[in-house]
Write a protein that binds this ligand. Structure first.
Ligand SMILES: [Zn+2]
Length: 217
């Protein structure tokens, strides 16, 4: 499985991530027991540090931030237990994301991106960091692009592959400005991803470049 970096998990668990990044990490955690355990460890350490260092005065609401994260992770049912006691969950979008998106995939209002692909932007228009759901038709490529900033892509259904590897449900790819890639959806099932970006992508071809302003991609 492809996981977020330790830095990302640390920042998530200490409440340092912006909302859109936190959404991607929280969704990965709901699908990945290993990272969930790592995040809990950071929170436990963070909690004991705070107890030792801040007995009377809370700095910058950081204590509340850590506690809010703790509540959030604790609210997630352990996936191992769920898979034993219940049949396979029928939701495509795991809980933190489903709540954010206002429903499961069938309720998403997709907007065409061209080439059969579609997106649904989840972030408010004012947000610099943009979280979106992407749907890429089975077997089709995404236009080749590179990144001016960071792009996190979390697979929720189907799979995609690029020069860095194969990504299926739960896998998270972190791409930075150095990566030029052309992800291609695997055959058989449309690939649905949560993608988070903090800067517009750079497309090589003209048409996607023209569409960028309109599509906020
Ligand atoms: Zn993980």
């Amino acid at each position: 499985m492809h996981h977020p970096s330790e830095e990302m998990i640390f920042d998530y668990a200490t409440g340092a991530l912006d909302e859109a990044w936190a959404l991607a990490i929280a969704t990965h955690l709901s699908l990945c027991p290993a990272c969930r355990a790592a995040a809990r460890e950071v929170e436990a350490i963070g909690g004991s540090l705070l107890e030792a260092a801040v007995p009377t005065e809370m700095a910058d609401g950081s204590y509340e931030a850590v506690m809010a994260r703790l509540d959030f992770v604790d609210a997630m049912p352990p996936a191992e237990v769920r898979s034993i006691t219940e049949p396979k969950p029928s939701y495509v979008l795991p809980e933190p994301l489903r709540q954010y998106a206002g429903g499961d995939v069938s309720e998403i209002r997709w907007r065409a991106l061209g080439g059969g692909a579609a997106q649904c932007i989840l972030s408010p228009p004012s947000s610099k960091t943009v979280a979106r759901l992407l749907r890429i038709p089975a077997g089709r490529p995404v236009p080749e692009h590179s990144h001016r900033g960071t792009e996190l892509t979390l697979v929720l259904a189907g799979a995609f592959a690029d020069s860095t590897g194969h990504y299926a449900r739960g896998d998270l790819q972190e791409a930075d400005a150095d990566l030029l890639h052309q992800p291609r959806a695997a055959e058989g099932e449309d690939c649905i991803c949560l993608a988070v970006t903090d800067a517009p992508l750079s497309f090589r071809a003209l048409l996607p470049r023209l569409a960028q302003r309109y599509l906020r991609i």
